[in-house]
Design a protein around this ligand. Structure first.
Ligand code: 0X9
Ligand code: CA
Ligand code: CA
Ligand code: ZN
Ligand code: CA
Length: 415
């Protein structure tokens, strides 16, 4: 009953932005710069309109993707809003620099096939399931004796759940690249591949990614969601406190539309089922989860649905300090800002709230750096190489994340 009432109130709130003169509810979103929202509470109020917060600038102003009814709601909050220019079209890549341009979905699949062909002992392709439009959601498992399910700590990295966050696929491919090419060459990497099972899904939202990259110009379409109906924000569709807290929208046109129910979207189901499939003998094998986004240069950890650092029965003091300690260490390496997700703004139904809250996997979200969703291809190498050490460090923590706070003896029985 409470949930029904809450949903009803949300619907009313969502509709209050649509006055007589309001534009059609399904007008596409555009990017705006919002000034006047500089605290987490103010950004949460902004996010509660349904606008997607794309990045927080150094001066505290916020870039958002918003539909007209949301722009009206932002103005009613007393915040200043001005339209941002559409991202510049990237120049068509010359053949000589084609190797450094963004991978399409097809090129990504070809690259993964090449990796498993080159490194069959340590790299194996897997298909987690299919998207709404029937595309394979593909990943690579990297480990020694890759064909067997060994008793080794497992980690899961996913990227490109938001279609336009194109650099995130490149970051995943970069990680696959160093783990394979440097095996038996760099001892830190050899040790990791020998002692972990590393699952990497570079394009979690293939329908959205293909749609975003398929346009008449070389600029992207600025598409974020999946492609069922007018699209659902997959990072608001996960089944932990779904739609609880004003951190997503009930308006189908919104960039943060949470979907009709938790796990309503095929892609969410595929990713969630994959995570559940790693419970072997009653134990979740995944010890670390990372969801890679862009472009606010952040290291985030749960929870996003509440400002509370700890939650009885859901986030103990030791779990919180383990997340925070690892998160700060990663940020010290890649130069991003470390914070609890809700310090950015309240979100609900995100990947990491579910992987930790429901599956007890220590979970992080990276927002990669960059000046837009489409940094110049010439920046790919610099922007991804920046995470070399942080990604290796995170993978190392899979043995016992509590090692970060010196409690590996207590929680993992290891010295
Ligand atoms: O709003 C989002 O989904 C993420 N930002 S983005 O610009 N990539 O869309 C941030 C999510 C932060 N919250 C959690 N990870 N819980
Ligand atoms: Ca192995
Ligand atoms: Ca295993
Ligand atoms: Zn994102
Ligand atoms: Ca907090």
């Amino acid at each position: 009953m409470a949930a029904v009432l809450a949903a009803f109130v949300m619907v009313l709130a969502g509709q209050s932005g649509a006055g007589a003169a309001a534009p059609a509810p399904d007008s596409p979103s555009k990017q705006y710069l919002v000034t006047g929202a500089t605290t987490a509470q103010q950004r949460s109020r902004l996010a509660r309109t349904g606008a997607a917060i794309d990045t927080v600038r150094a001066d505290g102003s916020v870039e958002v993707s918003a539909i007209p009814s949301e722009v009206a709601a932002i103005k009613r909050l007393g915040l200043r809003v001005r339209a941002l220019p559409a991202p510049p079209a990237a120049p068509a890549p010359a053949p000589s620099i084609a190797a450094t341009s963004y991978h399409t979905y097809a090129e990504t699949l070809a690259e993964l096939d090449q990796v498993v062909a080159n490194y069959p002992q340590i790299a194996r392709k897997f298909v987690a399931g299919k998207s709404y439009q029937g595309r394979d959601i593909v990943g690579v498992k990297i480990s020694d004796n890759v064909a067997s399910d060994e008793n080794e700590p497992e980690v899961l990295y996913i990227a490109n759940i938001h279609a336009r966050e194109r650099l995130t696929n490149e970051q995943a491919l970069y990680l696959i690249g160093i783990l394979t090419k440097e095996y038996n060459a760099t001892s830190r990497i050899t040790n990791l591949v020998n002692s972990r099972e590393i699952w990497i899904i570079p394009i979690s939202n293939p329908d959205g990614q293909v749609y975003d990259m398929t346009s008449d110009t070389s600029a992207g379409r600025m598409w974020r969601k999946n492609r069922r109906g007018s699209g659902t924000d997959l990072n608001r569709n996960f089944a932990y406190n779904w739609g609880c807290c004003g951190g997503s929208s009930g308006n189908t046109a919104s960039e943060t539309y949470r979907g009709p129910s938790a796990e309503s979207e095929p892609e969410t189901k595929v990713l969630s089922n994959f995570v559940r499939s790693r419970v072997v003998g009653g134990r979740q094998q995944l010890k670390i989860f990372l969801d890679i986004h862009s472009y606010a240069a952040l290291v985030l950890w749960p929870f996003g649905y509440t400002y509370s650092n700890t939650v009885p029965g859901a986030m103990s003091a030791d779990e919180e300090s383990t997340h925070r300690t690892i998160g700060r260490q990663l940020a010290a390496s890649n130069g991003y800002t470390p914070e609890q997700s809700s310090d950015l703004y309240i979100t609900d139904g995100t990947t990491d709230d579910w992987t930790f809250g429901n599956q007890r996997i220590f979970s992080f979200t990276f927002e990669l750096g960059g000046s837009s969703f489409y940094p110049s291809p010439s920046q790919i190498e610099t922007l991804t190489t920046r995470n070399r050490d942080s990604l290796l460090t995170l993978t190392e923590y899979a043995d016992c994340p509590y090692r970060a706070i010196g409690k590996q003896q207590q929680y993992c029985g290891t010295p």
